[in-house]
Write a protein that binds this ligand. Structure first.
Ligand SMILES: O=c1ccn([C@@H]2O[C@H](COP(=O)(O)O)[C@@H](O)[C@H]2O)c(=O)[nH]1
Length: 302
């Protein structure tokens, strides 16, 4: 699957993904009001509003970008209705030819990880009939439980041609609390990077592995160390824009050929219409303009 993602990045010349992380506060009033009129102040109203919002953003951006990254938490907040909106968003994005990176940060003991892997990137069998849960192309994985918690995801990557991004160095302010701790002189995030490379060797897809790494844009010095250590690992890079990461900060995440990373922006794109020059009626046009600006900003430093 990583080879497909790289192909799409080359076609679009856009190493970016749009983060579909809707909040009620992002949804223009006219969309939410219509749903509330129909369904009352309910989880269904919000979920349907999220789906309409996402479809409009996808419609205005799919020709410019290779991928989207829906954050499952934003949907899960609204229970079953939210999860239906998540699944519908995944399906809609795929119908537009986009690659979908499900940001679910899953990982557990082996048997439970296998269920998560099947749910997000795999298939399950019901008396011989194959069905899929969410069917995203990639899912993010929390490596805290170690190899037996990650291996089921790799097995599913291999059987279904899918991919994962393992949390290696996250973008948040407290990420160093554990990830930077030295263990016999080596920071934990580097140990996780070494393991991610080992895991990656089990699922190569061309020059890169289907086992990628999440590396935050907000720690460029660490990104440079990781880029050097992990030449065959593709990076999913959150933290650009709303979290303060700049194009210059992203540069160390890329290899010399300008490949090796895909940068996410969520609020910076889906809430771009909140800037003064736009009205809520133009929210999807504002997202398109923000995508174009982001692509130009990143290509400027590559
Ligand atoms: O280290 C990480 C891992 C994941 N994320 C997720 O990416 C987006 C970022 O949203 P922005 O609005 O562009 O800040 C969000 O879904 C996070 O859960 C991350 O930020 N950092």
């Amino acid at each position: 699957m990583i080879a497909k993602l790289i192909e799409k990045i080359k076609q679009t010349n856009a190493p970016i993904c749009v983060g579909l992380d809707p909040l009620i506060s992002h949804i223009p009033d006219y969309i939410l009001d219509e749903k509330i009129k129909k369904y009352g102040k309910s989880t269904k109203a919000v979920a349907e509003a999220f789906y309409d919002f996402n479809m409009a953003i996808i419609d205005k951006t799919y020709d410019l970008i290779p991928a989207v990254k829906p954050q499952i938490a934003m949907y899960e907040e609204f229970g079953i209705d939210g999860m239906i909106a998540y699944k519908n968003t995944v399906e809609y994005a795929k119908s537009k030819g986009l690659i979908v990176i499900g940001d679910a940060k899953r990982g557990d003991i082996g048997s439970t990880s296998l269920a998560y892997a099947k749910a997000h990137i795999g298939v399950s069998e019901i008396l011989g009939e194959k069905v899929s849960g969410f069917d995203t192309d990639f899912v993010t994985v929390n490596p805290y439980l170690g190899t037996d918690g990650v291996k089921p995801f790799i097995d599913v990557c291999n059987s279904e041609d899918k991919g994962i991004f393992v949390l290696v160095k996250t973008s948040n302010p407290s990420s160093g609390e554990f990830q930077d701790r030295l263990i016999e002189g080596t920071p934990l995030y580097e140990l996780v990077a070494n393991k991610t490379c080992e895991w990656g060797a089990m699922s190569m897809d061309g020059e890169y592995s289907n086992v990628g790494a999440v590396v935050g844009a907000t720690y460029p010095k660490m990104s440079a160390i990781l880029r050097e250590k992990m030449p065959h690992t593709f990076f999913l890079v959150p933290g650009y824009g709303a979290q303060g990461g700049t194009a210059e900060d992203l540069k160390p995440c890329f290899n010399k050929d300008g490949l090796g990373a895909i940068v996410n922006s969520s609020r910076g794109i889906i809430a771009a219409y909140k800037q003064e020059k736009y009205s809520s009626l133009d929210f999807a046009d504002a997202s398109r303009a923000a995508v174009k600006d982001m692509i130009a900003d990143i290509n400027r430093v590559l």
